[in-house]
Design a protein around this ligand. Structure first.
Ligand SMILES: *Cc1c(COP(=O)(O)O)cnc(C)c1O
Length: 386
């Protein structure tokens, strides 16, 4: 097998475009100089479009979870109660962060593979006026669910005065995100998923209403104090040394997104989801999620007649193709295919046809080409560029 070819089809980290890789290898520059300021200025206006906000997008050095923790420590005041909407492992992460700060949490838990129901959120908030902040994941990476975040946001604001904080780490940049229009108060995302970069940057944008709360919040914080980031970005700089190599890469990522056109980026992700789902349906292998709440960035598959761990090993050995396993209680029960960021419909066809071979190798007799044909058909129906 070709040793240095990696076909990385996991929901993050995701492959890096060659031009982004090259951009990241530029020589180091001074972070307080004019070049860095100019770069941050260019990046700033483009990032706002990706998050769908007119607010400044703050850039932290850290993996996605640093952004989640920053949201918690800036937004939640001491003695305040919060509601966490949990549809999988990343909803739980918000709860664990709150636990670490001894914040009292209320939780709405749905079965893994289901989406959060906005009506349940509305009812819960009406019954619990003490709740001041609501946390939710947008794409729940552990199950491949895209929560109806606009509707949940409406429910939060209709039922309460609470702020709404969203973890968009595994989908912003790949699915439409309208932070301002949808009334999201804090939007967090990260670099290694749909943003086509290595891990190491977290992006966070904050509504006017949320800023008012942050400024008066007495909870201690230092590196994660968003006020410092806000004060600095107004002067086109950062409070601490930014991860400049990643910022070089980010500038190029945003160029690529702009050249393709954000609407077409979102369409491509939708298409890759439809192709992937059609393939598994044609192969008669169950999907974990319904079509209605499926994420355009990751698809979870729940086989009932072969072992998903053996299957993953075969794909890795034969093709250098990595798909992800399940998390926690779904470990060994599902596998997950990432189709986000630097991933095209052609990559999806490659993945599906390799999967058909893998299925036969683990003894799951499968007619070759059946899933690939279903994906090809979707491309002809929905993907053709005219
Ligand atoms: C990947 C991911 C994160 C962040 O994880 P890190 O390992 O800290 O980058 C957070 N939320 C979701 C939904 C994710 O998919």
């Amino acid at each position: 097998m070709l040793q240095d070819q990696q076909i990385l089809r996991i929901p993050g980290p995701s492959p890096i475009p060659p031009s982004v890789q090259r951009a990241m290898s530029q020589p180091m520059i001074g972070h307080r100089g004019q070049e860095t300021s100019a770069m941050l200025q260019t990046i700033s206006s483009k990032l706002k479009k990706v998050l769908g906000t007119s607010q400044d997008v703050l850039i932290l050095t850290g993996s996605g979870t640093s952004g989640l923790e920053a949201a918690v420590v800036n937004i939640v005041q001491p003695n305040e109660e919060v509601l966490i909407l949990i549809s999988g492992a990343f909803g739980e992460r918000f709860a664990k962060i709150c636990d670490a700060y001894s914040i009292k949490t209320h939780q709405i838990d749905v079965e893994w593979g289901q989406a959060i129901n906005p009506q349940d959120v509305k009812k819960y908030l009406k019954d619990h006026p003490e709740i001041k902040t609501v946390f939710s994941t947008y794409c729940e990476t552990s199950t491949g669910i895209l929560n109806p975040i606009k509707e949940i946001s409406e429910a939060v604001h209709e039922a309460s005065e609470a702020l709404f904080v969203v973890d968009g780490v595994s989908c912003v940049g790949g699915v439409e995100t309208k932070m301002d229009d949808w009334g999201i108060d804090v939007m967090v995302t990260g670099s290694q998923k749909a943003f086509m970069l290595p891990a190491g940057l977290a992006f966070i944008a904050v509504s006017e209403k949320a800023w008012n709360k942050i400024k008066t919040n007495s909870r201690p914080r230092f590196y994660f104090d968003l006020v410092k980031y806000k004060d600095n970005i107004l002067k086109d700089t950062t409070p601490f040394t930014p991860a400049l190599s990643l910022i070089f890469g980010l500038e190029q990522v945003l160029n690529l997104m702009e050249k393709e056109g954000l609407d077409l980026v979102y369409k491509r992700h939708q298409l890759m989801m439809n192709m992937t789902r059609a393939a598994f349906k044609a192969l008669d292998i169950p999907l974990l999620t319904s079509d209605e709440f499926a994420s355009p960035t990751v698809t979870a598959v729940q086989p009932n007649d072969f072992n998903s761990e053996d299957f993953r090993k075969v794909l890795k050995k034969q093709f250098g193709l990595t798909v992800a396993g399940g998390q926690q209680h779904l470990s060994g029960k599902i596998f997950r295919i990432g189709h986000m960021g630097y991933c095209s419909p052609a990559d999806v066809l490659q993945t599906i046809s390799a999967i058909e071979i893998g299925l036969n190798l683990v003894g799951r007799k499968t007619e070759l080409g059946k899933g690939t044909a279903a994906a090809q058909k979707i491309y002809l129906e929905q993907g053709v560029i005219v």
